[in-house]
Structure formats: structure tokens, C-alpha cells
Design a protein around this ligand. Structure first.
Ligand code: G6P
Length: 608
């Protein structure tokens, strides 16, 4: 949440900062602001709401200068307003600062500063840092920042400018993302790589607690006590094209259509002559021998992928496997020890609760493995091993292609691990490897075919207030994910339920026009779910049925039928979720919602 950018170089800083913020707007869009240093000192512009409002401010009152910092905000402390927008200034007006994260002990620091006579201009937690650094400042911003950092608790990526030090931005991070961009006669900072791609692909990821000094001539990284630290410059594989909409109306739709490629990429090099190859994870029969149980931790959509992962792990490894919402895991005193394998799942690799859950697991001596989409992000850096999902940059706040690649990764992990343990058979492996290889093509076919039925359904039901989604076993999480997609981008209330639980409450909601989306592909629980559908129909409920092509019995029960290609039961969540993503998308667009930036949400939740 919140995106930060910084620039030192030869171009107009305002243009570079706006370009960076545009790429980071997925991290928050409650307000935006920039601070640019020029011959007249620190210049500020801020605007509430989307970035377009700040762009207008800058068009009406441009600022010239080639050093600056910028911020796009997802409000935590203090309502979205100009006074709570970043950059914040120190009490003497000499210093500007931007922040992503939360300063947890800001109250005590604020009291201390107020007692010393400092007046606060905002309700944010961030402002304390600007004042503390100003008080510590004795002619060297780098030293002042280093002096203040030990006093801060919480998560932060910070960037600061001081009017006495033109040409120098100081940045640092603890538990929040930060990337430094290395150019020719110009250098950059950002929360995420896409913000830099227009200018450079050479990047440095500073470690936790390190402090960076960015000038026109170079980037230097220091330890917390200001000793020079080694900073490896990497060349990112991401390209600007991957971060563009490429003719689609929204990133979400583009990303839904990228799913066949994303799945194929996730499989690339991991299937070897009909066998699953997990060698890159470092998991071996030897390391697995000590594992007695598995805990999977994640948030949001990644949590629903983890729930499918649990079923797959138990099926193929016979290891007891739990799924945890990372925010619960952290405070539930979970049973984790050196015989536990903790798998974290995260698209961004930066979700604060998931990151902290990994730290907890490591401290307890557990083996840690992450399933992650962003190379070099915090969670894989902390984990013992990582399986990257290779979905490419996901910009739409509602996760789509990351989800199907996480499901794909779990099939590889569960069956591959099961083979090493001897609990999965060669036949299972061959069956699923063959099935996986067909999935990209099947998803493509689905995308071409289902659009008409889905659009019709979206038109018909866009004005209802409630939706129910039901599924069983592997597709119970599909029901949860389908409901989440609909509510997050259309703002229609939707609930996902295990089909067998309908009789224990939700059936009371069913009456004429109440729509239920039932996910019933071929598999062991199909018949049971069709019985649940009968019970809904007997109460005049409307049923949108997701079923396997050619299932005539299902077709007879459906008010709206959405067909998916035949596949192994274990792979059906990958296919079944696609029409549900499209249903959410078309419902939201017909309601005129801002699909890529739904209200109150942000893509990367870097605060607890
Ligand atoms: C936010 C996003 C979701 C995502 C969740 C977890 O809520 O809007 O799309 O599933 O965070 O994020 P992660 O990056 O850890 O998968």
C-alpha cells in the first residue's frame, strides 16, 4: 500500500515522478503528491483522489527541477485529504519525506515531539519521522536518517529530500519494498520495478535496514551504521510492454487473457519427460524426511489458492496440511517447529502479514518455501526456497493470472513432493503432467467460448444485491474466489460456501431471483453438488451452473450453463475460475465500476 518514487538527474523531475506514480497507482489512490527541489527551495503539489488530479495541479502550476520525490497514498492513519497527503514536511520546512508502511510507535514519538513544541500539520503516523530527522539534522541528511531509524518501530520505505543538499535523495527500507534504479547521469528509487522501466532496467534491491544515497552520479548503499554495503546491480527481465494494457480496456481483462501464457510459463522447465522437476526449490527426499506437517500461509486470493493446495498436499503427500490466513497465523500461537514445512503464497511477495508469518516460521526453526510471482521481493528473499509463478506483472487490483499460476504451482509441488516421498504414484504424475500440458490451450478455448453466456448472465443479474457461490472439495475455494472477485470489483455482496453447508443456513436466503453460482465439474463431488442445486431450484432459486462440457444432466438443471473443458478433477479449479473472473469483470463494467482500482482496496497490502 502506498507507492513511492524518487528521481535525481537531468530530466524534469515532475515528468519522471508522474510516470512512476502512474505505474504504482495500483498500490493506492486516495491521494498523490510530489516534492521537487529547485533554486527556490522545496516545492510541493498534492491532490486528493486519483493521480489525474495531481497531474492537473502540475499542469496548472508546473514545477521545474530535476530532483524530487513522489507518493501515491492508500490511507491508513488519517482520512484522504490534502493535509494527510505525502510528501510531509518538517516543522522548519527544510525537509520533505514520503513513506510507505506504518510507524507503529508514532504516538509516543508524537507526544515527545509535541512536548518539545513541535506543531503537527497532519493526522498521519509519517509526519513524526520528518520532524525527528529535522531535529537530528546537522548538515548531513544521511547521518540524520541513520540516527533516527533505530527509534522507529514498524514497516517503512522512506525517501527524503533536504533543501540544503540539492542533488541527493536518501532512502531506506524495513519490511516494505524499495528498489533503486541505476541510469546514466540519473538515478531513481521506487516501490516497484515497473515505475522505473521507462528509464532503466538496471536495479538494486537494498536489504532490510540499509540506507541508500541516490545522486545524479551514482547510488551508494550503507549498512544501518553507515558502513558501505555491497549492492548488486541486476538487470530485470520485466519490460514496459508487460506493464501496458495492450489494447484491452482494463488491466484485469488483459490479465485474464494472459492466463494461458502465464500457466505455460509456470510449467516451463518444470516438466521433464513426463515427470515433475522441483530441483530449483532445493526440496529433496532427504530434506522432506524430517517434515511431519505442512502449514500454508497467505492472504486474499493467494489464501484461496492455498486452500486448493491443502487438498492437493494431503491427497498426494499424506502429510497433515493446514491453511492459515497469515494475519491469523501470526497471533494464534501456531504449532510450528523444525518438523513443519511452512509454505507462503504471495503474488507480490510483500504482503505484510505473510512476510511476518514467514519470519515467525523461520524463528521457530521450520523449513520455509514460498510460492511467489515477484522476483527479488521480500518473501522469497526471506524463504529457504521459492517456486516462482512467472505470471508476469499483475497490475489489476483483483488478482487473476497470479491465482491460476499459484494453482498450477501447487499441483507441481504436491505431486512432485508426493513422488519424492513415495506417496504419489507414477500414474498420478503422468496423468497430471499430461493434464497440465493441456491446460493453457483449454483456458484459451474457454476464453473464446464462454464470453457470450457470461455477458448475458452479467447483464441479467447486475442489479441484484446478493450472490451465492457454492462448490465442494477442490472447487470450494473456487466458490470463495468467485465471490471475492465479484464483491471486490462490482461491490455486490457475494458469499462463497461449501455446497454441503447450504442446509445449515444459507438456504434460508434462497427465493425467486436469488442467484447461486454452482461449480460442479466432473469429479467425486459432482453428484452431491447437483443435489444441492436441486434443493435450490426446489425453492425457486436461480442457478448459474459451471459444469463439464457434455454434462447433459447438469445442463437440464441450469438456468444459465457455463461449460468448461473436461480435465482431471485436481486441475478443475484452474479452469472453473476463469468464467467467474469474467462474470465479475462484465458485471462490474456494466455497473460502471473502476475495475482496476476498486474503492478502498490496494494491490499490495504492505501494512497489517
Ligand atoms: C490484496 C490484493 C489481492 C491479493 C492479496 C494478497 O488484497 O488486492 O489481490 O490476493 O492482497 O496479496 P499477495 O501479493 O500476498 O498475493
Amino acid at each position: 500500500m502506498c507507492g513511492i518514487v524518487g528521481y535525481v538527474g537531468k530530466r524534469e523531475a515532475s515528468e519522471v515522478l508522474l510516470e512512476g506514480l502512474r505505474r504504482l497507482e495500483y498500490r493506492g489512490y486516495d491521494s498523490a503528491g510530489v516534492s521537487i527541489l529547485n533554486g527556490s527551495g522545496l516545492q510541493l503539489r498534492k491532490a486528493v483522489g486519483k493521480l489525474a488530479n495531481l497531474e492537473k495541479e502540475l499542469r496548472d502550476a508546473p514545477i521545474h527541477g530535476s530532483v524530487g520525490i513522489g507518493h501515491t497514498r492508500w490511507a491508513t492513519h488519517g482520512a484522504p485529504s490534502v493535509r494527510n497527503s505525502h510528501p510531509h514536511q518538517s516543522y522548519d520546512g527544510h525537509l520533505s519525506l514520503i513513506h510507505n508502511g506504518i510507524i507503529e510507535n508514532y504516538r509516543e514519538l508524537k507526544h515527545e515531539l509535541q512536548a518539545a513544541g513541535v506543531k503537527f500539520e497532519s493526522d498521519t503516523d509519517t509526519e513524526v519521522v520528518a520532524h525527528l530527522v529535522a531535529r537530528a539534522y546537522r548538515g548531513d541528511l544521511l547521518k540524520a536518517v541513520a540516527e533516527v531509524l533505530p527509534r522507529l518501530r514498524g514497516a517503512y520505505a522512506l525517501a527524503l529530500l533536504h533543501q540544503n543538499e540539492p542533488g541527493r535523495v536518501i532512502a531506506t527500507r524495513v519490511a516494505s519494498p524499495l528498489v533503486l534504479g541505476v541510469g546514466e547521469g540519473e538515478n531513481f528509487i521506487a516501490s516497484d520495478v515497473p515505475a522505473l522501466l521507462k528509464y532503466t532496467r538496471r536495479v538494486i534491491f537494498p536489504e532490510e535496514g540499509q540506507i541508500a544515497e541516490v545522486t545524479r552520479d551514482g547510488v551508494r548503499v550503507f549498512t544501518p551504521d553507515l558502513k558501505p554495503a555491497a549492492a548488486a546491480v541486476q538487470t530485470t527481465e520485466l519490460t514496459l510492454d508487460a506493464a501496458e494494457k495492450e489494447g484491452f480496456e482494463h488491466f484485469m481483462l488483459k490479465e485474464i487473457h494472459e492466463q494461458p501464457r502465464a500457466i505455460a510459463e509456470t510449467l516451463r522447465g518444470r516438466l521433464n519427460e513426463g515427470a515433475i522437476d522441483l530441483s530449483e526449490t532445493g526440496l529433496t527426499a532427504e530434506t522432506l524426511k524430517t517434515v511431519r506437517r505442512v502449514a500454508i500461509v497467505a492472504c486474499g486470493t493467494s489464501l484461496y489458492a492455498s486452500m486448493v493446495g491443502k487438498y492437493l498436499f494431503e491427497r498426494f503427500t499424506r502429510l497433515p496440511t493446514e491453511t492459515w490466513s497469515a494475519s491469523e497465523f501470526r497471533y494464534a500461537n501456531p504449532v510450528v517447529d523444525r518438523h513443519t514445512l511452512v509454505i507462503s503464497v504471495s503474488q507480490s511477495g510483500e504482503t505484510a502479514d505473510t512476510l511476518e508469518a514467514v519470519k515467525l516460521a523461520k524463528a521457530a526453526g521450520a523449513a520455509t518455501l514460498s510460492v511467489c510471482n515477484v522476483m527479488g521481493s521480500s518473501i522469497p528473499r526471506l524463504s529457504g526456497a521459492t517456486l516462482y509463478t512467472r505470471a508476469g506483472p499483475e497490475i489489476g487490483v483483483a488478482s487473476t493470472k497470479a491465482y491460476v499460476t499459484q494453482l498450477t504451482a501447487f499441483v507441481l509441488l504436491a505431486v512432485g513432493t508426493g513422488r519424492m516421498l513415495g506417496t504419489a504414484t507414477r500414474e498420478d504424475e503422468t496423468r497430471l503432467v499430461n493434464g497440465l500440458m493441456r491446460v493453457p490451450g483449454q483456458v484459451r478455448a474457454l476464453l473464446d467460448k464462454d464470453i457470450v453466456a457470461v455477458k448475458r448472465c452479467a447483464r441479467r443479474y447486475k442489479d441484484v444485491f446478493n450472490f451465492m457461490y457454492i462448490g465442494r472439495h477442490y472447487n470450494y475455494p473456487t466458490a470463495l474466489e468467485g465471490a471475492l472477485k465479484l464483491k471486490e470489483i462490482s461491490y455486490i455482496h457475494a458469499e462463497g460456501y461449501a455446497g454441503g453447508e447450504m442446509k445449515h443456513g444459507p438456504l434460508a436466503l434462497v427465493e425467486g431471483t436469488f442467484p447461486t453460482i454452482a461449480i460442479a465439474p466432473r469429479g467425486a463431488t459432482r453428484e452431491k453438488l447437483l443435489s444441492n442445486v436441486q434443493e435450490i431450484r426446489a425453492r425457486q432459486g436461480v442457478v448459474v451452473l459451471v459444469a463439464t462440457e457434455g454434462d447433459t444432466e447438469a445442463a437440464e438443471l441450469a438456468d444459465y450453463l457455463i461449460e468448461i473443458p473436461d480435465c482431471a478433477e485436481e486441475l478443475s479449479p484452474i479452469l472453473a475460475v476463469v468464467p467467474l473472473q469474467l462474470l465479475a469483470y462484465y458485471t462490474a463494467t456494466q455497473l460502471g465500476r473502476d475495475v482496476d482500482k476498486p474503492r478502498n482496496l490496494a494491490k499490495s497490502v504492505t501494512v497489517e
